[in-house]
Write a protein of this length. Structure first.
Ligand code: PGA
Length: 251
């Protein structure tokens, strides 16, 4: 059975004190009443990583939201994969649409980050998804396929296996406009089918693929009920522990 995952993406929100409190609140709720079949991951700002790792129980994963594309050196302001790993974090969100759009992260840069993540034993949560104009032009399948072909489809089977993929249609992120369960299932089912073509059927059945984009307590249950959707990457609703636990328990 595929691993069910609910990952929070806090983005650039909370200071260290409030973030550690949020992590402690989520940790308590997960321990008290969290669905034990769901792997919970918190994607927090760099500044919070060490403290959040110390705050949560071992069963909760901690993710950075980015890493630098170079190993180390004269790159002022960059945080390397090795630095992230040394905080005790085990995951990193890569290729988020905000990074692709606002910070011009292209496939070339993303590929460097993906290999550095693997070299440092960080599991990438790889994001893909189309903007509104592509969805409206009905070319979203080709668009997402190309994103995968330029990046993670270059990985060996052994590395590919370790990935978590998140499909996040850009028009649904932070807009309150969730993709319908059918739209999300259609794309995630499609992603699974092209993984089967590129690698093999077993691998396509093993890998966890999440949905992200205005997921919240009221719609998570329907989304997670779809056969190919293994959970969610949650932005806004991961900043409230009460909402987040409801999403974790939405299966
Ligand atoms: P949202 O963000 O849930 O606030 O739409 C999701 C994401 O960007 O990962």
């Amino acid at each position: 059975m595929r691993q069910k995952i609910v990952a929070g993406n806090w983005k650039s929100n909370t200071n260290v004190k409030d973030g550690v409190q949020l992590a402690a609140d989520v940790n308590k709720l997960v321990a008290e009443k969290g669905d034990k079949d769901v792997k919970v991951i918190l994607g927090v700002p760099f500044t919070h990583l060490t403290k959040v790792v110390e705050t949560v129980d071992k069963n909760i994963g901690v993710a950075a939201q980015n890493i630098g594309e170079e190993k180390s050196g004269a790159f002022t302001g960059e945080v390397s994969a090795e630095m992230v790993k040394s905080t005790g974090a085990d995951y990193v969100i890569l290729g988020h649409s905000e990074r692709r759009q606002l910070y011009h992260e292209d496939s070339n840069s993303l590929n460097k980050k993906i290999s550095l993540a693997f070299e440092n034993d960080l599991i990438p949560i790889y994001c893909c998804g189309e903007p509104l104009e592509i969805r409206e032009a009905d070319t979203h399948m080709d668009y997402v396929k190309k994103q995968l072909e330029e990046t993670i489809f270059k990985l060996s089977e052994a590395d590919f296996k370790k990935l978590i993929i998140a499909y996040e249609p850009i028009w649904a992120i932070g807009t309150g406009k969730t993709a319908t369960d059918e739209q999300a299932q259609e794309m995630i089912g499609f992603i699974r089918s092209i993984i089967a073509e590129k690698y093999n059927k077993e691998l396509s059945e093993e890998i966890s693929i999440l949905y992200g984009g205005s997921a919240k307590p009221s719609n998570a249950g329907n989304l997670f009920a779809k056969k190919d959707i293994d959970g969610g990457l949650i932005g806004g609703a991961s900043l409230k522990a009460d909402d987040f636990i409801q999403i974790i328990n939405a299966y």
